[in-house]
Write a protein that binds this ligand. Structure first.
Ligand code: IPM
Ligand code: MG
Length: 358
């Protein structure tokens, strides 16, 4: 396996180190080998090359079978990276690599673990029901990549962003959502704002067309404002939530927060091939960087997703997921998910415990 590694900024290098530890344990147990290539992106690339993403980095990613990423970016009010123009900041590197590698489908699971139910900020009744949903967010279209400009006319400044979707952009991502749903609980909730937006009306139409190819998957539509409400009211109603870029950005943070443990959530960004970019849902957490206290589980679970989606190693992926559950059951917790009576461990200890359970 040729794996590109973007350790990135903040806690990125610490959590990636643990994910590699677990991958290496899986590789030696199951008789496969991994060749890692370090790729600079984000703030560390700015420090070295003056830009968050170089052509060399893009080419190195393209030459890999998959990319494992930590996180990028720093403190937006104190880091010098944020004195740079927007297209030179760390986040521009992330948007750039998504576009350059055509990573149009972003999978963001949100799972409430039995062991962590007490961290769930929802009502106890809702938490007891549990939930296990996945957001499939379109990642290379919509407002993020539409025409954008600011102009001044007759002394009045106007800023414009455009939300554009072609039926092809919607269709290819819808196919991913239905494929995933057919391997889960066979339910797609397509989220849009079809009572206002043209792009949403097209979204609905194309999604319904795709649904005809998946007769065993149930499709329903939900307006995005209602979806935001339903996520806190009863997240157990969702299986696969399929939505456009901006709505998905917002709803996926909400879906992460209701688990009470964002340090546990993985994600994958996929294109039409087996290639994928895998990263934890959380950010670079500059405030706790370098202290060996970050939770590496989200990155470890992202590595498991990588084995599943890019290498068809379902069993090895499940082994890692089970090892994580085992360690939680045994009572080990990093600081972010610590509760009374549990055993507090550091970033590297958590990685070692999970690797050992394999
Ligand atoms: C995310 C992030 C990015 C996004 C930012 C950093 C550009 O919020 O991955 O959700 O908006 O897509
Ligand atoms: Mg976001």
């Amino acid at each position: 396996m040729k794996i590109g590694v973007i350790s990135g900024d903040g806690i990125g290098p610490e959590v990636v180190r643990e994910a590699k530890k677990v991958l290496d344990a899986s590789a030696s147990k199951n008789g496969y080998s991994i060749d890692y290539t370090e790729i600079l992106m984000g703030g560390c690339s700015i420090d070295r090359y003056g830009v968050p993403l170089t052509d060399e980095a893009i080419n190195a990613a393209k030459a890999s079978d998959a990319v494992l990423m930590g996180s990028i970016g720093g403190n937006t009010s104190t880091s010098p990276w944020y004195k740079l123009p927007p297209d030179k900041r760390p986040e521009a590197g992330l948007l750039g690599i998504r576009k350059a590698l055509n990573l149009f489908a972003n999978l963001r699971p949100s799972v409430l673990y039995d062991e962590l139910k007490s961290a769930c900020p929802l009502s106890e009744k809702t938490a007891q029901k549990g939930f296990d949903l996945i957001i499939v967010r379109e990642l290379t279209g919509g407002l993020y990549f539409g025409t954008r400009y600011t102009e001044e006319k007759d002394g009045v400044t106007t800023a414009v962003d455009t939300l554009t979707y072609s039926e092809e952009e919607i269709r290819r991502c819808a196919v991913k959502a239905f494929e995933i749903a057919s391997k889960r609980r066979k339910k797609v909730t397509s989220v849009d704002k079809a009572n206002v937006l043209d792009s949403s009306r097209l979204w609905r139409k194309v999604t319904e067309e795709v649904a005809r190819d998946y007769p065993d998957v149930k499709l329903s539509h939900m307006l995005v404002d209602n979806a935001a409400m339903q996520l806190v009211k009863d997240p157990s109603q969702f299986d696969v939530v399929f939505t456009e870029n901006m709505f998905g950005d917002i709803l996926s943070d909400e879906a992460a927060e209701i688990t009470g443990s964002i340090g546990m959530l993985s994600s994958a960004s996929l294109n039409e091939t087996k290639f994928g970019l895998y990263e934890p849902s959380g950010g670079s957490a500059p405030d706790i960087a370098g202290q060996n206290i970050a939770n590496p589980i989200a990155t470890i679970l992202s590595a498991a997703m990588m084995l599943r989606f890019s290498f068809d190693r379902d069993r090895e992926a499940s082994d890692i997921e089970n090892a994580v559950k085992m360690v939680l059951k045994e009572g080990y917790r990093t600081t972010d998910i610590m509760s009374e009576g549990m055993k507090r461990v550091n970033t590297d200890e958590m990685g070692t415990l999970i690797a050992e359970r394999l």
